[in-house]
Design a protein around this ligand. Sequence first.
Ligand code: ADP
Ligand code: MG
Length: 372
Amino acid sequence: MGRIVGIDLGTTNSVVAVLEAGRPHVIANAEGGRTTPSVVGYSKDQELLVGQLARRQLVLSPRNTFSNLKRFVGRDWDELDDSSLSVPYTVRANDRGQVRVPCPVTEREYAPEELVASIIRKLVDDASTYLGETVEAAVVTVPAYFNDAQRQATRDAGRLAGISVERILNEPTAAALAYGFDRSAVRRVLVFDLGGGTFDVSLLRIANGVFDVKSTNGDTQLGGNDFDQRIVDWLADSFQKEHSIDLRRDRQALQRLTEASEKAKQELSGVLSTPISLPFIATGPEGPLHIETNLDRSTFEGLCPDLLDRLLNPVQVALRDSGWAPDDIDDVVLVGGGTRMPMVQQLVRTLVPIDPCQSVNPDEVVAIGAAV
Ligand code: ADP
Ligand code: MG
Protein backbone atom coordinates (compact mmCIF):
# COMPACT_ATOMS: atom_id res chain seq x y z
CA MET A 1 0.00 0.00 0.00
CA GLY A 2 1.33 3.42 -0.94
CA ARG A 3 1.15 6.49 1.24
CA ILE A 4 -1.41 9.28 1.37
CA VAL A 5 -0.48 12.95 1.49
CA GLY A 6 -2.27 16.28 1.93
CA ILE A 7 -1.99 18.79 -0.90
CA ASP A 8 -2.77 22.51 -0.83
CA LEU A 9 -3.12 23.26 -4.52
CA GLY A 10 -2.82 27.03 -4.30
CA THR A 11 -3.34 29.69 -6.94
CA THR A 12 0.22 30.91 -6.42
CA ASN A 13 1.97 28.23 -4.38
CA SER A 14 1.30 24.59 -3.62
CA VAL A 15 2.36 22.63 -0.56
CA VAL A 16 2.45 18.92 0.24
CA ALA A 17 2.37 17.55 3.78
CA VAL A 18 2.25 14.12 5.35
CA LEU A 19 1.37 12.58 8.66
CA GLU A 20 4.34 10.78 10.19
CA ALA A 21 4.11 9.13 13.58
CA GLY A 22 0.87 10.98 14.12
CA ARG A 23 2.32 14.43 13.41
CA PRO A 24 1.78 16.43 10.22
CA HIS A 25 4.70 18.08 8.52
CA VAL A 26 5.54 19.77 5.25
CA ILE A 27 7.71 17.94 2.72
CA ALA A 28 10.34 20.06 0.97
CA ASN A 29 10.48 19.79 -2.81
CA ALA A 30 13.49 18.65 -4.86
CA GLU A 31 14.81 22.23 -4.93
CA GLY A 32 14.60 22.44 -1.13
CA GLY A 33 11.58 24.75 -0.98
CA ARG A 34 8.66 24.09 1.37
CA THR A 35 6.27 25.71 -1.06
CA THR A 36 6.26 25.06 -4.81
CA PRO A 37 5.14 27.84 -7.16
CA SER A 38 1.96 26.73 -8.97
CA VAL A 39 3.53 27.57 -12.30
CA VAL A 40 4.00 25.31 -15.32
CA GLY A 41 6.00 26.25 -18.38
CA TYR A 42 7.84 24.97 -21.38
CA SER A 43 11.41 25.97 -22.08
CA LYS A 44 12.70 26.92 -25.54
CA ASP A 45 13.67 23.25 -25.92
CA GLN A 46 10.09 22.18 -25.11
CA GLU A 47 11.14 20.84 -21.74
CA LEU A 48 8.37 20.78 -19.14
CA LEU A 49 9.20 23.03 -16.17
CA VAL A 50 7.20 22.99 -12.95
CA GLY A 51 7.54 25.17 -9.88
CA GLN A 52 10.49 27.47 -9.27
CA LEU A 53 12.07 26.78 -12.67
CA ALA A 54 8.88 27.75 -14.47
CA ARG A 55 8.43 30.78 -12.26
CA ARG A 56 11.84 32.07 -13.24
CA GLN A 57 10.76 32.43 -16.87
CA LEU A 58 7.35 33.94 -16.03
CA VAL A 59 8.17 37.39 -17.34
CA LEU A 60 10.81 36.31 -19.84
CA SER A 61 8.62 33.84 -21.69
CA PRO A 62 5.10 34.95 -20.82
CA ARG A 63 3.30 33.01 -23.54
CA ASN A 64 4.87 29.67 -22.63
CA THR A 65 4.54 29.99 -18.86
CA PHE A 66 1.26 29.36 -17.11
CA SER A 67 0.40 30.73 -13.68
CA ASN A 68 -2.93 31.34 -11.96
CA LEU A 69 -4.33 28.21 -13.61
CA LYS A 70 -6.65 27.56 -10.69
CA ARG A 71 -9.05 30.22 -11.91
CA PHE A 72 -9.68 28.15 -15.07
CA VAL A 73 -10.08 24.72 -13.44
CA GLY A 74 -13.59 23.35 -13.97
CA ARG A 75 -14.85 26.53 -15.60
CA ASP A 76 -16.45 26.81 -19.01
CA TRP A 77 -15.41 29.62 -21.30
CA ASP A 78 -18.65 31.55 -20.88
CA GLU A 79 -18.35 31.46 -17.08
CA LEU A 80 -15.14 33.49 -17.14
CA ASP A 81 -15.18 37.23 -16.63
CA ASP A 82 -12.77 39.63 -18.29
CA SER A 83 -10.58 39.93 -15.22
CA SER A 84 -9.88 36.19 -15.09
CA LEU A 85 -8.82 36.36 -18.73
CA SER A 86 -6.19 38.99 -18.01
CA VAL A 87 -3.26 36.58 -17.93
CA PRO A 88 -0.07 37.04 -19.97
CA TYR A 89 -0.59 33.80 -21.90
CA THR A 90 -3.26 32.99 -24.47
CA VAL A 91 -6.51 31.39 -23.34
CA ARG A 92 -9.22 30.37 -25.78
CA ALA A 93 -12.40 28.34 -26.08
CA ASN A 94 -12.50 25.12 -28.09
CA ASP A 95 -15.59 24.32 -30.14
CA ARG A 96 -17.23 22.73 -27.09
CA GLY A 97 -16.87 25.90 -25.05
CA GLN A 98 -14.07 24.49 -22.88
CA VAL A 99 -11.06 26.53 -21.86
CA ARG A 100 -7.87 25.68 -23.69
CA VAL A 101 -4.35 27.03 -23.22
CA PRO A 102 -2.23 27.06 -26.38
CA CYS A 103 1.53 26.91 -25.95
CA PRO A 104 3.58 28.36 -28.84
CA VAL A 105 6.78 26.49 -28.04
CA THR A 106 5.23 22.99 -28.05
CA GLU A 107 2.60 23.92 -30.65
CA ARG A 108 0.05 22.14 -28.49
CA GLU A 109 -3.06 23.05 -26.59
CA TYR A 110 -3.67 22.05 -23.00
CA ALA A 111 -6.69 21.76 -20.76
CA PRO A 112 -6.09 23.67 -17.50
CA GLU A 113 -6.56 20.40 -15.56
CA GLU A 114 -3.75 18.84 -17.60
CA LEU A 115 -1.32 21.60 -16.60
CA VAL A 116 -2.47 21.47 -12.98
CA ALA A 117 -1.87 17.71 -13.09
CA SER A 118 1.82 18.45 -13.76
CA ILE A 119 1.94 20.44 -10.53
CA ILE A 120 0.33 17.60 -8.57
CA ARG A 121 2.71 15.14 -10.24
CA LYS A 122 5.74 17.11 -9.08
CA LEU A 123 4.44 17.40 -5.51
CA VAL A 124 3.73 13.68 -5.39
CA ASP A 125 7.08 12.74 -6.96
CA ASP A 126 8.99 14.92 -4.53
CA ALA A 127 6.98 13.44 -1.65
CA SER A 128 7.69 9.88 -2.85
CA THR A 129 11.39 10.63 -3.01
CA TYR A 130 11.34 11.99 0.52
CA LEU A 131 9.27 9.13 1.92
CA GLY A 132 11.07 6.41 -0.03
CA GLU A 133 7.68 4.95 -0.92
CA THR A 134 5.15 5.51 -3.66
CA VAL A 135 2.37 7.96 -2.93
CA GLU A 136 -0.92 6.65 -4.24
CA ALA A 137 -3.50 9.01 -2.85
CA ALA A 138 -4.03 12.52 -1.61
CA VAL A 139 -6.47 14.79 0.13
CA VAL A 140 -6.59 17.94 -1.98
CA THR A 141 -7.94 21.28 -0.78
CA VAL A 142 -10.07 23.77 -2.72
CA PRO A 143 -11.61 27.15 -1.84
CA ALA A 144 -14.88 26.90 0.05
CA TYR A 145 -16.71 28.62 -2.81
CA PHE A 146 -15.66 26.05 -5.45
CA ASN A 147 -18.73 24.51 -7.14
CA ASP A 148 -19.21 20.86 -8.07
CA ALA A 149 -17.64 21.25 -11.51
CA GLN A 150 -14.53 22.88 -10.03
CA ARG A 151 -14.25 20.14 -7.41
CA GLN A 152 -14.68 17.44 -10.04
CA ALA A 153 -12.05 19.05 -12.26
CA THR A 154 -9.65 19.08 -9.30
CA ARG A 155 -10.26 15.33 -8.89
CA ASP A 156 -9.67 14.89 -12.62
CA ALA A 157 -6.34 16.68 -12.32
CA GLY A 158 -5.37 14.23 -9.57
CA ARG A 159 -6.35 11.30 -11.75
CA LEU A 160 -4.34 12.71 -14.67
CA ALA A 161 -1.39 12.93 -12.27
CA GLY A 162 -1.84 9.24 -11.53
CA ILE A 163 -3.11 9.42 -7.95
CA SER A 164 -6.49 8.89 -6.41
CA VAL A 165 -8.02 11.89 -4.70
CA GLU A 166 -9.44 10.46 -1.51
CA ARG A 167 -11.15 13.61 -0.44
CA ILE A 168 -11.67 17.19 -1.57
CA LEU A 169 -11.47 19.42 1.49
CA ASN A 170 -12.33 23.10 1.90
CA GLU A 171 -9.24 25.26 2.50
CA PRO A 172 -10.66 27.08 5.57
CA THR A 173 -11.74 23.73 7.04
CA ALA A 174 -8.21 22.41 6.53
CA ALA A 175 -6.78 25.50 8.26
CA ALA A 176 -9.09 24.92 11.23
CA LEU A 177 -8.11 21.24 11.35
CA ALA A 178 -4.45 22.22 11.54
CA TYR A 179 -5.28 23.99 14.81
CA GLY A 180 -7.18 20.98 16.15
CA PHE A 181 -10.49 22.83 16.35
CA ASP A 182 -12.33 19.66 15.39
CA ARG A 183 -11.68 18.43 18.92
CA SER A 184 -13.49 21.30 20.63
CA ALA A 185 -17.18 21.54 21.45
CA VAL A 186 -18.58 24.61 19.71
CA ARG A 187 -16.44 27.26 18.07
CA ARG A 188 -16.96 30.13 15.69
CA VAL A 189 -13.90 30.70 13.56
CA LEU A 190 -13.01 33.40 11.07
CA VAL A 191 -10.46 32.28 8.49
CA PHE A 192 -8.69 35.20 6.83
CA ASP A 193 -6.72 34.03 3.78
CA LEU A 194 -4.60 36.47 1.76
CA GLY A 195 -2.77 34.48 -0.90
CA GLY A 196 -0.73 35.61 -3.89
CA GLY A 197 -3.62 36.57 -6.11
CA THR A 198 -6.80 36.01 -4.13
CA PHE A 199 -8.38 37.02 -0.85
CA ASP A 200 -10.88 34.73 0.92
CA VAL A 201 -12.78 35.15 4.15
CA SER A 202 -14.71 32.23 5.60
CA LEU A 203 -16.77 31.93 8.73
CA LEU A 204 -16.98 28.43 10.14
CA ARG A 205 -19.06 26.94 12.88
CA ILE A 206 -17.39 23.88 14.28
CA ALA A 207 -19.30 21.63 16.62
CA ASN A 208 -18.08 18.21 17.76
CA GLY A 209 -16.04 17.57 14.65
CA VAL A 210 -18.68 18.86 12.22
CA PHE A 211 -17.62 21.82 10.08
CA ASP A 212 -20.22 24.17 8.75
CA VAL A 213 -19.23 27.00 6.39
CA LYS A 214 -21.63 29.76 7.45
CA SER A 215 -20.51 32.31 4.89
CA THR A 216 -17.69 33.13 2.52
CA ASN A 217 -16.62 36.30 0.79
CA GLY A 218 -13.50 37.74 -0.73
CA ASP A 219 -11.88 39.36 -3.72
CA THR A 220 -10.63 37.15 -6.54
CA GLN A 221 -8.46 39.99 -7.87
CA LEU A 222 -6.56 40.94 -4.73
CA GLY A 223 -3.48 39.29 -3.30
CA GLY A 224 0.15 39.59 -2.34
CA ASN A 225 1.07 40.24 -5.99
CA ASP A 226 -0.68 43.60 -5.83
CA PHE A 227 1.61 44.62 -2.98
CA ASP A 228 4.67 43.55 -5.03
CA GLN A 229 3.40 45.60 -7.94
CA ARG A 230 3.36 48.73 -5.77
CA ILE A 231 7.08 48.28 -5.11
CA VAL A 232 7.76 47.57 -8.81
CA ASP A 233 6.05 50.86 -9.70
CA TRP A 234 7.82 52.75 -6.93
CA LEU A 235 11.21 51.57 -8.20
CA ALA A 236 10.37 51.98 -11.89
CA ASP A 237 8.83 55.44 -11.46
CA SER A 238 11.84 56.82 -9.64
CA PHE A 239 14.21 55.22 -12.15
CA GLN A 240 12.22 56.73 -15.00
CA LYS A 241 12.30 60.16 -13.39
CA GLU A 242 16.07 60.00 -13.08
CA HIS A 243 17.04 58.28 -16.34
CA SER A 244 13.98 58.61 -18.63
CA ILE A 245 13.87 54.85 -19.12
CA ASP A 246 10.77 52.79 -18.29
CA LEU A 247 12.10 49.49 -16.97
CA ARG A 248 8.63 47.95 -17.22
CA ARG A 249 9.02 47.86 -20.99
CA ASP A 250 12.04 45.57 -20.87
CA ARG A 251 11.08 41.99 -20.02
CA GLN A 252 14.42 41.05 -18.56
CA ALA A 253 14.44 44.13 -16.33
CA LEU A 254 10.81 43.62 -15.33
CA GLN A 255 11.46 40.01 -14.31
CA ARG A 256 14.27 41.17 -12.03
CA LEU A 257 12.23 44.09 -10.67
CA THR A 258 9.30 41.79 -9.89
CA GLU A 259 11.47 39.25 -8.09
CA ALA A 260 13.34 41.92 -6.11
CA SER A 261 10.09 43.62 -5.14
CA GLU A 262 8.50 40.45 -3.79
CA LYS A 263 11.68 39.70 -1.86
CA ALA A 264 11.72 43.21 -0.38
CA LYS A 265 8.06 42.92 0.61
CA GLN A 266 8.70 39.62 2.36
CA GLU A 267 11.75 40.97 4.18
CA LEU A 268 9.78 43.98 5.38
CA SER A 269 7.51 41.60 7.30
CA GLY A 270 10.50 40.98 9.54
CA VAL A 271 12.64 44.13 9.43
CA LEU A 272 11.92 47.86 9.22
CA SER A 273 14.13 48.61 6.24
CA THR A 274 15.61 46.53 3.45
CA PRO A 275 18.16 47.20 0.70
CA ILE A 276 17.20 46.69 -2.94
CA SER A 277 20.11 46.21 -5.29
CA LEU A 278 19.72 45.60 -9.02
CA PRO A 279 23.05 46.14 -10.75
CA PHE A 280 23.15 46.54 -14.54
CA ILE A 281 19.38 46.89 -14.79
CA ALA A 282 19.59 49.02 -17.94
CA THR A 283 22.03 50.79 -20.23
CA GLY A 284 22.02 54.58 -20.68
CA PRO A 285 24.02 56.80 -23.02
CA GLU A 286 26.88 56.82 -20.50
CA GLY A 287 26.93 53.08 -19.87
CA PRO A 288 25.30 50.64 -17.45
CA LEU A 289 22.72 51.84 -14.90
CA HIS A 290 21.95 50.32 -11.52
CA ILE A 291 19.30 50.44 -8.82
CA GLU A 292 20.76 50.77 -5.36
CA THR A 293 18.25 51.86 -2.75
CA ASN A 294 16.52 51.15 0.56
CA LEU A 295 12.86 50.62 1.21
CA ASP A 296 11.43 51.31 4.66
CA ARG A 297 8.41 49.48 5.97
CA SER A 298 6.63 52.77 6.53
CA THR A 299 7.27 53.88 2.93
CA PHE A 300 5.99 50.52 1.70
CA GLU A 301 2.86 50.80 3.84
CA GLY A 302 2.33 54.28 2.44
CA LEU A 303 2.13 52.75 -1.04
CA CYS A 304 -0.73 50.40 -0.15
CA PRO A 305 -3.59 52.09 1.75
CA ASP A 306 -6.21 51.35 -0.90
CA LEU A 307 -5.19 47.69 -1.02
CA LEU A 308 -5.75 47.47 2.74
CA ASP A 309 -9.12 49.17 2.35
CA ARG A 310 -10.19 46.46 -0.06
CA LEU A 311 -9.69 43.85 2.69
CA LEU A 312 -12.33 45.46 4.92
CA ASN A 313 -15.55 45.05 3.01
CA PRO A 314 -15.41 41.29 2.34
CA VAL A 315 -14.90 40.65 6.08
CA GLN A 316 -17.83 42.84 6.98
CA VAL A 317 -20.10 41.25 4.39
CA ALA A 318 -19.10 37.74 5.47
CA LEU A 319 -19.88 38.64 9.10
CA ARG A 320 -23.23 40.10 8.12
CA ASP A 321 -24.13 37.01 6.07
CA SER A 322 -23.29 34.72 8.96
CA GLY A 323 -25.39 36.78 11.36
CA TRP A 324 -22.46 37.00 13.80
CA ALA A 325 -20.97 40.08 15.40
CA PRO A 326 -17.17 40.41 15.73
CA ASP A 327 -17.60 39.61 19.44
CA ASP A 328 -19.11 36.24 18.61
CA ILE A 329 -15.91 35.05 16.94
CA ASP A 330 -13.89 32.66 19.12
CA ASP A 331 -10.83 32.37 16.89
CA VAL A 332 -9.26 34.08 13.91
CA VAL A 333 -6.99 31.93 11.76
CA LEU A 334 -4.49 33.67 9.49
CA VAL A 335 -3.85 31.85 6.22
CA GLY A 336 -1.78 32.77 3.16
CA GLY A 337 1.67 34.30 2.90
CA GLY A 338 0.13 37.78 2.61
CA THR A 339 -0.98 37.65 6.25
CA ARG A 340 2.67 37.83 7.29
CA MET A 341 2.59 41.56 6.53
CA PRO A 342 2.33 43.50 9.80
CA MET A 343 -0.08 46.01 8.25
CA VAL A 344 -2.45 43.18 7.32
CA GLN A 345 -2.26 41.66 10.79
CA GLN A 346 -3.03 45.05 12.32
CA LEU A 347 -6.03 45.45 10.10
CA VAL A 348 -7.39 42.04 11.09
CA ARG A 349 -7.08 43.02 14.75
CA THR A 350 -9.15 46.15 14.20
CA LEU A 351 -11.89 44.01 12.64
CA VAL A 352 -11.93 41.25 15.25
CA PRO A 353 -10.14 42.35 18.41
CA ILE A 354 -8.63 39.03 19.49
CA ASP A 355 -5.16 37.52 19.06
CA PRO A 356 -5.21 35.56 15.80
CA CYS A 357 -3.91 31.99 15.56
CA GLN A 358 -0.61 32.07 13.74
CA SER A 359 1.54 29.42 15.37
CA VAL A 360 1.33 27.31 12.19
CA ASN A 361 2.99 29.00 9.18
CA PRO A 362 0.18 30.73 7.27
CA ASP A 363 1.46 29.50 3.92
CA GLU A 364 1.62 25.90 5.18
CA VAL A 365 -1.44 25.68 7.41
CA VAL A 366 -3.83 24.44 4.70
CA ALA A 367 -1.52 21.59 3.64
CA ILE A 368 -0.95 20.66 7.29
CA GLY A 369 -4.72 20.45 7.77
CA ALA A 370 -5.06 18.33 4.62
CA ALA A 371 -2.45 15.92 5.97
CA VAL A 372 -4.37 15.68 9.25
P1 ADP B 1 -1.75 31.02 -2.64
O1 ADP B 1 -2.70 30.54 -1.59
O2 ADP B 1 -2.32 32.11 -3.50
O3 ADP B 1 -1.19 29.93 -3.46
P2 ADP B 1 0.31 31.71 -0.60
O4 ADP B 1 -0.50 31.50 0.60
O5 ADP B 1 1.51 30.86 -0.79
O6 ADP B 1 -0.52 31.72 -1.95
O7 ADP B 1 0.76 33.24 -0.59
C1 ADP B 1 1.62 33.76 -1.54
C2 ADP B 1 1.83 35.21 -1.26
O8 ADP B 1 2.37 35.39 0.04
C3 ADP B 1 2.83 35.83 -2.23
O9 ADP B 1 2.36 37.10 -2.66
C4 ADP B 1 4.07 36.00 -1.35
O10 ADP B 1 4.90 37.07 -1.75
C5 ADP B 1 3.43 36.30 -0.02
N1 ADP B 1 4.36 36.11 1.11
C6 ADP B 1 5.08 35.01 1.42
N2 ADP B 1 5.88 35.25 2.48
C7 ADP B 1 5.65 36.55 2.84
C8 ADP B 1 6.17 37.41 3.85
N3 ADP B 1 7.13 36.99 4.69
N4 ADP B 1 5.71 38.68 3.91
C9 ADP B 1 4.77 39.12 3.05
N5 ADP B 1 4.25 38.37 2.08
C10 ADP B 1 4.68 37.09 1.96
MG1 MG C 1 -3.81 29.41 -0.44
